[in-house]
Write a protein that binds this ligand. Structure first.
Ligand code: DGY
Length: 320
């Protein structure tokens, strides 16, 4: 008999076929979101799960799933999973690192350019048939070329964002818990600075740190107050890293010129004040969402699950 697994949301058909070769699969191709109670009920008799970042995997859920051996998240971020509770329950947890870095870096650049050059706002203007013709001061934006890009979090994604900045002749500064090696800095044309210097010098600050208790509100009111007046903030890592209420205040006061946001606190119920701001570009947590990358994420999660339940050694184990 094949082990029973649950796939909590819709996935690509070929990934589902691959899973069916190994498992008795309960799928959710109708893509109906599961609340905590439904997830607990559907997972109660399963040995494995493919989850997404909206599925909370904690001690309470695990207590009702005695057969569960592996939870494989279709995301590189795993703040929806309580790793301690998984280890205690003997459940392997995995994520999908590596396959989404370039797509996320590309999208970061989409946010940078569309925020600095007011692409979304001017698109809405044209669609509303408000465009009456060319004039000199129409939709004046901020130049990206030759500006200073500040990168908070210099991991795989932050480094790819840096490399893309070379084409724009930018000065690239970064901050992380520790500096990268000299060869990496050279290949990214980036220099390590303190957090305070990063905030003070960046014309555009882009955030690429994962969410954890230690990174909660790492950019809050005190940090925003240290940013260069008129700077732009870009955020495509994880809700909670930025204090959204403080960001709203910084945008309202004019301290910041704009923001490009893909992630929010309390997704999808983002702070409603963002909606009224024309200088903010809002996207629905889609930075990794190219067809190829989302497919690669799903396939990697499926491969993790197959490895976890057949060998006990999934390649992207988070709690060895
Ligand atoms: C991740 O992988 O953590 C992303 O946020 C999902 O696109």
């Amino acid at each position: 008999m094949k082990p029973k697994i649950l796939v909590t949301r819709e996935i690509f058909d070929d990934v589902l076929d691959y899973l069916r070769q190994h498992f008795d699969v309960a799928d959710n191709q109708a893509d109906t979101p599961m609340d905590a109670g439904t997830l607990a009920k559907n997972l109660a008799d399963k040995t494995g799960a493919m989850t997404t970042l909206v599925d909370r995997v904690d001690a309470q859920l695990l207590s009702g799933c005695p057969k569960l051996k592996a939870v494989c998240n279709i995301a590189v971020g795993f703040n929806n999973i309580d790793l301690g509770a998984c280890s205690k329950a003997g459940v392997m947890a995995t994520n999908t690192p590596g396959v989404l870095d370039d797509s996320t870096a590309d999208f970061t650049w989409a946010l940078i350019l569309s925020t600095a050059r007011r692409v979304v706002e001017s698109d809405a203007h044209v669609r509303a048939r408000q465009w009456k013709g060319w004039y000199l001061k129409q939709f004046l934006g901020a130049d990206v070329h030759h500006a200073t890009l500040g990168i908070l979090g210099f991991g795989r994604i932050g480094r790819r964002v840096a490399r893309r900045a070379m084409g724009f002749d930018m000065t690239v500064l970064y901050h992380d818990t520790q500096p990268a090696d000299a060869a990496t800095e050279r290949s990214c044309n980036a220099a390590y600075v303190s957090m305070d210097e990063l905030l003070a010098r960046a014309d555009i600050l882009t955030i690429h740190v994962p969410y954890a208790p230690s990174t909660h509100h790492v950019v809050g009111a005190p940090e925003l107050a240290k940013m260069k007046p008129g700077a732009i903030l870009i955020h495509a890592s994880r809700g909670g890293v930025v204090d959204d209420a403080a960001l709203v205040a910084a945008l309202k006061s004019g301290r910041l010129a704009g923001a490009g946001l893909d992630v929010y606190e309390n997704e999808p119920a983002l702070n409603p004040e963002f909606l009224a701001m024309k200088n903010v570009v809002l996207t629905p947590h889609i930075a990794s969402s190219s067809e190829a990358t989302r497919h690669a994420m799903a396939m990697l999660a499926a491969q993790n699950l197959v490895a976890a339940l057949t060998t006990g050694r999934p390649p992207n184990l988070l709690n060895p």
